[in-house]
Write a new protein. Structure first.
Length: 449
């Protein structure tokens, strides 16, 4: 459908325009075998008026039911009884023919196959006059077009070789083709105009879209954002959406579109996305036109990224851990240097001498390294080697864990990556020289793997 020019806005609802299009379609779906999935049935039939659910039937409930309140109120009980019988007959017809097609296609019966039938009509209402636009009667098998009716020439078209036998059989029955053409151009139009009259109040309630603009980190490029325009909650489904930069629409080939999709409340949604540089500060907006609107809706992007703040916090945590680990490393190096000097740099060995002042407890002496020993003893008391070792090990394990994730979820700066690489090499080469408990060795072995 094309864009509809709005004529009158009254009490928040849009009245029908002088030129408007309407459609009535019935869609039948049959599976080659039942499957145990909720909401999926071996056979279903659905009526749609202007893309709104009109009536419904499935193989489990075996009853044709109204999907609109006005259908329940306006249509008599015998309409639903006859409709139920008609749907049950078609269910049996589909069961037979889906088996025929499975054999004709040389497909296995153990696999799942789908046969669908869609038929209906479209009209144009112009100043109270009804103009027939087109009728559709087509079949598909496993999602591919199988057979369709050419209303202009009253014949069937077979796009695949497997459909040729059916085409010849149906074309040989001229009365069948005449009935199909008459249904599409006359009977279907009569039902459509009747339903339009019954549901005119509901059909007049065109619902405007709610429009949102937001951005998230791109899943394909860490330096980019995915900017998305979302329009949702609108009816009818025809809508025009542009993603604009400085009020200039971006080419459609740069955008990723979801296509118009149904919501669960008989309204529709559409989203379009484009990847932009994270550092870009351009003025982006979403421009949406709909038949329910007098003026288009323009929603500007606020320049924010929905999932970028968490990444900054994670980087800050990683940076803080690296800083703490570096501090502990410096302390550990000082301790090691002093310990080595204590062992190798003294001329006389350290020894304990009994106190000569009557006090209890040993006195540590050294021939010429008393200052170093005092410093080492003080540092060792404040920072026990095992404590420094354990803390450094724990933090390095955390950093190693984060480093394994950095390519997937977290972005690290260049110097953070460098420090992680150094600590990985250092722990693998040095762990045997330090006192490490059995479970610590196990953790290092896991990180090595």
């Amino acid at each position: 459908m094309g864009n509809i020019v709005l004529c009158v806005l009254l009490f928040g609802f849009v009245l029908p325009t002088l030129s408007d299009k309407h459609s009535l379609y019935y869609i039948y779906t049959a599976l080659s075998k039942p499957i145990t999935l909720p909401g999926i049935y071996e056979f279903t039939a659905l009526g749609l008026l202007d893309d709104r659910k009109l009536d419904y039937f499935n193989s489990q409930n075996q009853t044709k039911v109204p999907m609109q309140d006005w259908m329940r109120e306006k249509m008599q009980a015998d309409y639903w009884d006859k409709g139920t019988q008609s749907r049950r007959s078609k269910q049996q017809w589909f069961k037979v023919n889906v088996d025929i097609l499975t054999k004709r296609m040389n497909h296995s019966k153990s696999d799942l196959h789908v046969l669908q039938w869609r038929h209906g009509c479209e009209i144009k209402e112009d100043s109270g006059r009804i103009q027939f636009l087109k009728g559709i009667d087509e079949y598909s098998y496993d999602g591919q077009e199988f057979l369709s009716f050419d209303s202009s020439n009253s014949r069937w078209i077979a796009p695949v070789q497997a459909a040729e036998p059916t085409k010849r059989k149906w074309d040989d029955v001229s009365i069948l083709n005449q009935y199909t053409k008459g249904y599409l151009e006359k009977e279907c139009v009569d039902w459509l105009t009747k339903f339009m009259d019954y549901g005119k109040e509901s059909l007049r309630k065109h619902t405007p879209p709610a429009v949102y603009a937001f951005a998230k980190k791109s899943v394909t490029d860490s330096n980019k954002l995915t900017l998305t325009c979302l329009a949702t909650g609108f009816y009818p489904k025809d809508v025009t959406m542009n993603v604009r930069k400085y009020r200039t629409s971006l080419p459609e080939d740069l955008l990723t579109s979801s296509g118009v999709r149904p919501n669960d409340d008989d309204t529709y949604q559409l989203r379009k996305s484009v990847d932009i540089l994270e550092s870009e500060k351009a003025d982006y907006d979403c421009y949406v036109r709909h038949s329910s609107l007098i003026d288009p809706v323009i929603t500007k992007w606020d320049g924010k990224c929905n999932d970028c703040s968490g990444e900054k916090i994670q980087s800050a945590i990683i940076g803080g851990m690296v800083g703490v680990l570096l501090t502990l490393a410096v302390v550990g190096v000082i301790i090691c240097i002093l310990k080595c000097r204590n062992k190798n740099g003294s001329k006389a060995p350290h020894r304990y001498q009994p106190p000569n002042d009557g006090s209890k407890g040993p006195v540590l002496t050294d021939s010429d390294s008393g200052n170093d020993i005092t410093i080492f003893k003080t540092i060792h008391i404040l920072f026990p080697l095992e404590l420094v070792n354990s803390c450094a090990l724990y933090l390095s394990c955390v950093i190693l864990f984060l480093s394994c994730r950095k390519g997937k979820q977290w972005q690290l700066s260049q110097w953070q990556r460098w420090w992680i690489a150094q600590w990985q090499r250092w722990w693998i080469s040095q762990w045997q020289r330090w006192w490490i408990s059995q479970w610590q060795r196990w953790w290092i072995a896991q990180w090595q793997r």
